[in-house]
Design a protein around this ligand. Structure first.
Ligand code: PMV
Length: 328
């Protein structure tokens, strides 16, 4: 039995829109922080065809497993079980960790590899695993290293490059307070919304500005400068949502409560009370980045102002892990 644990990640520069959907080639470079607490734990083992099962992720996971089998020429069937270390019904996307852990567990079981070194020997570098996982969910490709990860779109789909920016863990650790304002499932899937991004009149301008913003975000991370990083991350999230709202069909993820939260957080900051900055993915629940030493106080203040919100605390993480377990 092979046990893969893959964390989620939060994008500081977002992946939004695809140049080629079939090849999962993103429209732009993105840069993320790997998380620690929010992980998917997936176990896989070889089974007889009749015993094949996959207990999570529905059609998307089945499709991805079928893709991996075809791509790697594997016919052996797998029994796969999976769980998340964070509450699933809380509106937090689990596709990055879920599809990442499925990829790692399946490849480990097929190739009989219990460690990353064994995987590497068999031709499965972390980079290759990241690319395979990204075929299931783009953002999963950034979950194969710790610290901060840069996914370069490249000049063609085959030239994509996913690399740890640097292992800033321990040197620039941040807390990520995920403020769950609504646990309602989203009405528009990210697959559909990626597709409509190209129809937004703002999208071309966004793509033109990405290299400069990416460089600035990179520099701020490497300088360990949260005050410089925060405003860039907020502008980036709002820009992505501006594209979403001006696409046809539009993807409207923010709720009135999300806007109230943003206004409140900015007022707190103006008062000098919190070096804390929000971001947003394809949903209404803002992750808030702050220094670890400020997290207790900030969490208490958020909870007081938004008493019905559920707050999940995460932090900079060290990447995936793999182990072999004996069947009992
Ligand atoms: O990985 P997908 O296809 O679910 O796309 C998600 C993209 C965002 O989460 C909105 C941004 C990102 O870069 O993670």
């Amino acid at each position: 039995m092979f046990k893969a644990e893959v964390p989620s990640n939060i994008a500081l520069v977002k992946y939004w829109g695809k140049r080629d959907e079939r090849l999962q080639w993103p429209a732009n470079d993105s840069l993320s922080m790997t998380l620690d607490v929010a992980r998917t734990v997936t176990r896989a083992r070889l089974v007889d065809a009749a015993e094949h099962h996959l207990d999570f992720g529905g059609e998307k996971a089945e499709r991805h497993l079928a893709y991996l089998a075809a791509e790697l020429g594997q016919t052996a069937k797998l029994g796969v079980t999976s769980s998340n270390t964070f509450p699933t019904a809380c509106g937090i996307a689990s596709s990055a960790s879920g599809l990442g852990a499925l990829t790692l567990a399946a490849v480990a079981a097929w190739s009989g590899s219990a460690t990353f070194a064994e995987l590497e020997q068999k031709g499965f570098s972390r980079h290759r695993l990241a690319l395979l996982a990204g075929k299931g969910s783009g953002s999963a490709s950034r979950s194969f290293a710790g610290g901060y990860v840069h996914w370069r779109a490249g000049a063609s789909a085959g030239e994509q490059d996913i690399r740890q920016l640097t292992e800033e863990r321990g040197r620039f650790d941040l807390c990520d307070l995920i403020v769950v304002l609504s646990a309602e499932p989203k009405k528009v899937s990210s697959t559909e919304a990626h597709r409509s991004a190209w129809s937004s009149p703002l999208f071309a301008a966004r793509l033109a500005g990405i290299p400069e913003r990416l460089q600035a975000v990179r520099d701020a991370v490497l300088a360990h400068d949260l005050e410089r990083l925060g405003p860039l991350v907020e502008a980036e999230a709002l820009e992505m949502h501006a594209v979403m709202l001006t696409s046809t069909p539009k993807a409207e993820y923010v709720l009135p409560e999300t806007s109230r939260f943003i206004t409140w957080l900015r007022a707190e900051r103006r008062r000098g009370d919190a070096a804390a900055f929000f971001t947003l993915d394809a949903g209404p629940n803002p992750p808030v980045l702050c220094r670890p030493e400020d997290a207790d106080r900030l969490q208490a203040r958020i909870q007081r102002e938004f008493p019905t919100a559920r707050i999940i605390r995460d932090r900079t993480g060290s990447g995936p892990s793999l182990a072999k377990e004996n069947l009992t």
